[in-house]
Design a protein around this ligand. Structure first.
Ligand SMILES: NC(=O)c1ccc[n+]([C@@H]2O[C@H](COP(=O)([O-])OP(=O)(O)OC[C@H]3O[C@@H](n4cnc5c(N)ncnc54)[C@H](OP(=O)(O)O)[C@@H]3O)[C@@H](O)[C@H]2O)c1
Length: 323
């Protein structure tokens, strides 16, 4: 099969289209013929090897050679313990370890997949899993957003941020979205009441305070984040620098005791129930998986470059095969 492979960390130039063996499903896995795969920030991190946690699979060289996390496709074969799915089923979900999707076939545990509703295309379905579930767990499960609360989404124009803005509005919050200058109109179009251009303003220094901050691109100190929270407010680190991550783990409990503000890590628990919930909201038109651009499999390097250069508004989707 064809796959986009990388043997070293680096820019999109290190990605190559190669012929590799079609994988065989283990007992609890299904073999999927991939129709579409969407790009997330985790793909960029896995390609560049930055931040440091992106090298968990291999410190000097990538342990997994094929990136690509959110796939949609058809079941082609099943392992011997598979009970729910059968060949021909249209499914989608997030790959464990965020790897393997930039390929014509992947093996996925049955528990990572749900059936694709007929009303969503493969491309739309592939746009949902990682970003949609991060946003749901940040806004609803952990954030427990209530109508009228002030919610800040840092990185609002990207994959998880796009869903987070829409979900926070769905739960009745007043939403501020932060991203670069070129994405602010897009963030407004998602429903954000206020926008901040991160290239011009530091939200931890403008004296505004929020009930909930969901941060997909954290790079400041834990103390800076607590300044931007109301009393009893919560900040959740989703992704960002390893230094900020360690600081939050170390200082978060102390900040909570000293200031009454929560500065925490959002450790997303993948599960079918949350993915079904977000998908139903998409089907009902309550939230939209916005697709900015589509590329064929051979153009994954261009697609990742577009995301890495800070131009993608919402999702970029790879159309692996048609029909
Ligand atoms: N916690 C967990 O359990 C968990 C699970 C899965 C994934 N993750 C992490 O979640 C993150 C998800 O990111 P994603 O897929 O939403 O990424 P994304 O699609 O790349 O979006 C990130 C957005 O943030 C913007 N941005 C960049 N620098 C910024 C800054 N300084 N301030 C504000 N916005 C900025 C980017 O714009 P530009 O175009 O200008 O760069 C982009 O629009 C990744 O770090 C991934 O590792 C965490």
């Amino acid at each position: 099969m064809k796959a986009i492979v990388h043997h070293e960390y680096g820019s999109p130039d290190v990605l190559k289209l190669e012929e590799v063996a079609v994988p065989s499903p283990r007992d609890d896995e299904v073999l999927i013929k991939v129709q579409a795969v969407s790009i997330n920030g985790s793909d960029w991190e896995g390609l560049t090897g930055k931040p440091l946690y992106a090298r968990l699979g291999g410190l000097r060289k990538p342990g997994y050679k094929i990136l690509g996390s959110d796939i949609a496709g058809r079941v082609e074969g099943t392992g011997k313990n598979i009970r729910q799915l059968q060949p021909g089923d249209e499914v989608f979900g997030e790959m464990p370890s965020y790897r393997g999707g930039f390929a014509e076939y992947v093996c996925v545990p049955e528990t990572a997949l749900i059936k694709k509703p007929a009303s969503l295309s493969f491309e739309e379905a592939a746009a949902i899993p990682q970003g949609g579930v991060i946003a749901l767990q940040g806004i609803r499960n952990k954030g427990q957003v209530q109508p009228g609360q002030h919610v800040l989404i840092n990185g609002a124009g990207g994959s998880a941020g796009m869903f987070a803005v829409q979900l926070a509005k769905y739960y009745g919050a007043e939403v501020t979205g932060i991203d670069n200058t070129g994405k602010l109109d897009f963030v407004r179009s998602l429903g954000a009441d206020h926008v901040i251009d991160y290239t011009r303003e530091d939200f931890t220094k403008n004296r505004n305070q929020y009930d909930l901050i969901l941060d997909v691109i954290a790079d400041r100190s834990a103390f800076a984040y607590q300044r931007a929270l109301k009393i009893h407010g919560s900040y959740y680190f989703v992704g960002g620098s390893a230094a900020t991550l360690f600081q939050i783990l170390l200082l978060g409990p102390w900040i909570r005791r000293a200031t009454g503000r929560n500065v925490r890590l959002l450790a997303v628990q993948r599960n079918q129930k949350d993915l079904v919930f977000v998908t139903e909201l998409c089907e009902a038109g309550k939230i939209v998986p916005v697709i900015d651009r589509r590329y064929p499999l051979s153009e994954v390097p261009e697609a990742l470059r577009y995301v890495g250069e800070g131009r993608a508004k919402g999702k970029v989707v790879i159309e692996v095969s048609k029909g």
